[in-house]
Write a protein that binds this ligand. Structure first.
Ligand code: GDP
Ligand code: IMO
Ligand code: MG
Length: 422
């Protein structure tokens, strides 16, 4: 059986921490989409680690971690990350596996990402510049190179052919940067990658499932960044929702059991694009400071706002979410009053549906007000000791979403999480 953990907002919901926490109950932890645009933070023995390519189960001994075919892989990032986890006592040769169907991010993909963003000017997506869009374009355009191609003698020839194609595009963009050093690093990293465990991902995971092993699929980004259902065009280039687990690992829909959706107690977004509940005021600033809301991949300040239940309910619907983990409850500790977006007013008309697009319309969030719990909850060890005002907030969310909130995360450390008991 396969359970899924994924983000229900615009990314950075705390997936890394929650996957690391739940990993103890699983045998295999697998990434199924996205690439080094992800930044998943975990704390291991008080040390902060940010993972971009490696699944967040890597610090659990005797667990298998798989980078699935739906992921796009930057060998340079992977090599760097393998080195840092090795320094912390992990052996990637032993418990990290990579699907041979995983597409490779080339240095020219990164250059194209940059060139494309520069050309868009004020309309830029705010991409992480990791080459995600161009790599997925080469996948669907049937030009990309895959990890399995590395084992073929013709790899260099194929690389040169694709590079030439990219160069012509870069010339069109008038991109002048010298990427020789990127290429040097890339080829060094390829040698490293060849020595890792490259597997037939779909057979690999199928065998695990057949022998009764439990798989946890780890999402990257969030549902509102999904290429189909997010705030297009301000999205990433992959499907981030539960359906992508099937195509990104090679498993059947009926294998999926729990879909665990992660949502912050509020909401953040990094990069451009619509964000109805954004707070461009002192409260937004306070949340950013308290929550240390700065990108784990790019360091950019994250935009902060109230929780958006219209978007969250939409995310629950398209993912088939069976339970929710609410993170960063502790960040709202110092607020006396909270708000929750319960509908949108579009041109004066109220709706509870996410519209086709949000950027060019007159959209106003409608709020329900709550008293803040104004209590330090980071130290709470069980649900009973949580403040009543927080419980009222949670009950409202559960009723609105019609999905149980099963856990509340109240701090960044692995054990700072409380099971909800009613
Ligand atoms: P991810 O991309 O979804 O894995 O999330 P990020 O790692 O990018 O961002 C989440 C940030 O919040 C990280 O710095 C986490 O250490 C931190 N975090 C996660 N859960 C909690 C929580 O419940 N409370 C607090 N204070 N921090 C948390
Ligand atoms: P995790 O897994 C937050 C955003 C970027 C940009 C848009 C497109 O840590 O939650 P891309 O580089 O994918 O072409 O950028 O998507 N974005 C993320 N925002 N968390 C992420 O990942 C993100 N990955 C991409 O900021 O707006
Ligand atoms: Mg992140």
């Amino acid at each position: 059986m396969v359970d899924v953990i994924l983000g229900l907002q615009w990314g950075d919901e705390g997936k890394g921490k929650i996957v690391d926490f739940f990993a103890r109950n699983y045998d295999v932890i697998a990434r199924f989409q996205g690439g080094p645009n992800a930044g998943h933070t975990l704390y291991v023995n008080d040390k902060k680690v940010v993972l971009h390519q490696i699944p967040s189960g890597i610090f659990h001994e005797n667990k298998t971690n798989l980078i699935g075919n739906g992921v796009v892989l930057d060998p340079v990032t992977l090599r760097r990350e393998c080195k840092s986890v090795t320094d912390m006592g992990v052996n990637p040769q032993k418990n990290l596996f990579i699907s041979q169907r995983t597409h490779l991010i080339l240095p020219t993909h990164r250059a194209l990402d940059k060139a494309s963003e520069m050309a868009k000017g004020t309309e830029k997506i705010g991409s992480t510049l990791k080459g995600i869009g161009p790599t997925y374009m080469d996948k669907t355009g049937r030009n990309g190179l895959r990890v399995g191609d590395l084992l073929d003698k013709s790899f260099t020839t194929q690389y040169i052919k694709l590079r030439l194609k990219h160069q012509r595009l870069l010339d069109n963009f008038n991109f002048q940067e010298d990427i020789t050093s990127w290429e040097e690093e890339f080829f060094e990293a390829l040698d490293f990658l060849r020595d890792l465990n490259i597997v037939n991902g779909e057979y690999f995971i199928h065998d695990k499932i057949q022998t009764g092993k439990k798989v946890l699929a780890e999402g990257a980004q969030g549902s509102m960044l999904d290429v189909d259902f997010g705030t297009f065009p301000f999205v990433t280039s992959s499907n981030t929702i539960s359906a992508a687990v099937c195509t990104g690992l090679g498993i059947a829909p009926r294998m999926i059991k729990e879909v665990i959706g992660i949502s912050k107690a509020y909401c953040t977004r990094v990069g451009s694009g619509p964000f109805p509940t954004e707070l461009n005021d002192d409260i937004g600033e306070l949340i950013r400071k308290a929550g240390n809301e700065f990108g784990a991949t790019t360091g950019r300040p994250r935009r902060c706002g109230w929780i958006d239940l219209v978007a969250l309910k939409f995310a629950c619907m398209i993912n088939g979410v069976t339970q929710i983990v609410m993170t960063k409850a502790d960040i709202l500790d110092s607020l006396n009053a909270l708000q929750v977006c319960k509908s949108y007013k579009i041109d004066g008309k109220e709706t509870v549906q996410v519209p086709f697009q949000m950027n060019k319309i007159n959209l106003e969030p409608v709020y329900e007000k709550f008293e803040g719990w104004a209590t330090d909850v980071a130290g709470c060890k069980n649900y009973e000791s949580m403040p009543l005002k927080m419980k009222a907030y949670i009950t409202y969310l559960e009723n609105y979403l019609d999905v149980p909130i099963k856990y509340i995360s109240n701090g960044p450390e692995r054990e700072q999480i409380v099971a909800v008991s009613n």
